[in-house]
Design a protein. Structure first.
Length: 223
């Protein structure tokens, strides 16, 4: 007998790489700041290392290569470079705005980034109205993925049981957090990274237009 799964009431989106196409911009800005203090890193290697990681872990990896602590203003300089790059070049992930318009469930963002960075990203890409004040940052609760608390905090705040929540992620640490929270996780990735997310327990998809159908919540057209 096939078990019937609970219907979704809430969809929790990661931000970078899921809603906004920011990961390359952010990584290049961080590497530029690192280069100024003498640390060089191949982009592909750094992108894999930093995906889904909190800034403190990225800085720790840079310091390991540097052999000493980074300057006291390093994070502020890196954040400034990111904000400048986002303002010039940030775009929404292809197809995500149309997908959001078709998902008639409560939607929120739960990200490891600071809230001001999340809001900037959503504002620059025209997505902020889909989430309004339903934005949750690990910095507000001092807990980072793969700990599930950011997802559980979002669900509690919005009055939804974890079994009725879906998570959309693009990193292994995010998938682990969603699974640990008792939520169903959809991994936005393809190729090798898609296989990695599937191995962590996510249902993988690689085009945003299919997400509303996966969630079972395609909005009916008005007559």
């Amino acid at each position: 007998m096939v078990a019937v799964q609970d219907p979704f009431e809430l969809v929790i989106f990661d931000c970078d790489g899921v809603l906004v196409d920011s990961e390359e911009l952010g990584t290049r800005a961080l590497l530029a700041a690192a280069a100024e203090i003498g640390v060089t890193w191949l982009f592909d290697e750094a992108a894999e290392r930093f995906r889904g990681a909190k800034m403190a872990d990225c800085v720790a990896a840079i310091e390991e290569r540097l052999g000493r602590p980074t300057p006291s203003d390093f994070v502020a300089q890196a954040r400034r470079r990111m904000a400048e790059a986002f303002t010039r070049e940030l775009r929404a992930v292809a197809g995500v705005e149309a997908a959001l318009a078709r998902i008639h469930l409560v939607k929120c963002v739960a990200s490891s980034g600071p809230k001001e960075k999340i809001r900037l990203s959503l504002r620059l890409t025209g997505l902020v109205d889909y989430f309004q004040d339903r934005i949750f940052s690990s910095y507000d609760i001092d807990s980072w993925k793969p700990d599930p608390e950011i997802f559980l905090h979002a669900a509690r705040t919005l009055g939804v049981s974890p079994s009725h929540a879906a998570v959309v992620e693009d990193s292994a640490v995010g998938v682990r957090a969603g699974i640990a929270a008792g939520m169903r996780v959809f991994g936005f990735a393809s190729g090798k990274r898609g296989a990695e997310l599937a191995a962590e327990g996510a249902r993988v998809f690689d085009h945003m237009e299919v997400l509303p159908g996966l969630l079972g919540c395609v909005r009916q057209r008005a007559r």
